[in-house]
Design a protein around this ligand. Structure first.
Ligand SMILES: NC(=O)c1ccc[n+]([C@@H]2O[C@H](COP(=O)([O-])OP(=O)(O)OC[C@H]3O[C@@H](n4cnc5c(N)ncnc54)[C@H](OP(=O)(O)O)[C@@H]3O)[C@@H](O)[C@H]2O)c1
Length: 280
């Protein structure tokens, strides 16, 4: 149980299932004020009821839904200590566009969390808060990041789109940390491990064969293991207990793909993301 002076308000997206739900359970168990965000009304209400915490719904494939979510969270929580941008996944074989006209994987894993973070900026700064992005080792394995083709108009494969979005989450964490560390708002990204969750479980999902195979189930780690670094980053003191602006694996800073450390690319991505969201 945490000391009452260190009780934090922790918003976790993708908390209706898998790694996010496991992190919510652990952090609520430690006495923090956890706010769960999910897409499925039934799953989100079930975890919120189990933990006795507040919940919100949003579909990240719809920018309007993210704006509504930010409005609710912002009004109810003037101070947010931790925003865990954890919702995400890998999707279907063929490129799909969202109602906002962006490639689905890019929007759900990166652009929607980018927007949510922008809209909660004041609430995060008020708490000297931190933003934790659930990235993936896919940033190294699958990305071929092209700043001129963020929406994968020219080249799409589900793995590449996923790797690119997870690399964008690292660039975003680094740029957010660089811009606002001096006013007390920090950020990190992390890889949770290869985890047995509902990840890639949907029919037609690109890595379903890998994650659903009987052999894989023997090697996949439990969701609690996937939540471990998230819980560590959320509870410890950013900048004191661990360095910010970094990509973590197993609670330690690790090397992402070289492109993810390109400060010029991070600035460019930030500016283009703002422009992409200007008219939606
Ligand atoms: N499992 C792994 O091996 C692994 C490895 C590296 C990184 N990751 C990352 O870890 C994070 C959590 O994944 P997980 O393994 O816990 O998978 P999961 O069990 O499938 O959970 C995914 C979560 O994201 C939410 N979500 C998916 N699409 C959404 C959308 N359009 N709008 C809003 N929320 C949406 C889901 O909400 P609903 O259930 O309510 O629809 C669910 O809460 C993801 O970012 C994933 O990319 C996972």
């Amino acid at each position: 149980m945490t000391d009452s002076t260190d009780r934090r308000t922790i918003v976790i997206t993708g908390a209706s299932d898998g790694i996010g739900a496991a992190a919510a359970r652990e952090l609520a168990g430690h006495g923090h004020e956890v706010v769960v965000v999910g897409r499925s009304p039934e799953k989100t209400a079930a975890i919120a009821d189990e933990l006795g915490v507040e919940h919100h719904l949003a579909d990240f494939a719809d920018v309007g839904s993210v704006r509504r979510l930010a409005g609710e969270l912002g009004a109810q929580h003037p101070r947010i200590d931790v925003l865990a941008n954890n919702a995400g996944g890998i999707f279907a074989k063929h490129r799909e566009a969202t109602v906002d006209g962006h490639e689905l994987t890019f929007q759900v894993n990166y652009l929607a969390p980018f927007l949510l973070t922008q809209l909660l900026h004041e609430n995060l700064v008020a708490a000297h808060g931190t933003v934790i992005n659930t990235s993936s080792a896919a940033n190294k394995l699958f990305s071929r990041f092209d700043i001129d083709d963020l929406d994968a108009q020219r080249r799409y494969s589900p793995r590449r789109a996923y790797g690119n979005a997870k690399l964008a989450q690292i660039l975003f964490a680094k740029e957010l940390d660089r811009r606002y560390r001096d006013v007390g708002l920090t950020s990190t990204a992390f890889h949770p491990g290869v985890i047995a969750s509902s990840f890639s479980a949907a029919p037609g999902s690109a890595m379903r064969a890998v994650y659903a195979s009987r052999l894989a189930k023997l090697f996949l780690a439990p969701v609690e293991k996937g939540a471990d670094t998230l819980v560590f980053l959320a509870e410890k003191h950013p900048g004191i207990d661990y360095p910010t602006g970094e990509y973590f694996v197993d609670r330690k800073p690790a090397k992402p793909k070289r492109q993810a450390t390109d400060a010029g690319l991070a600035r460019d991505l930030w500016d283009r993301s703002v422009a992409m969201l200007a008219d939606v």
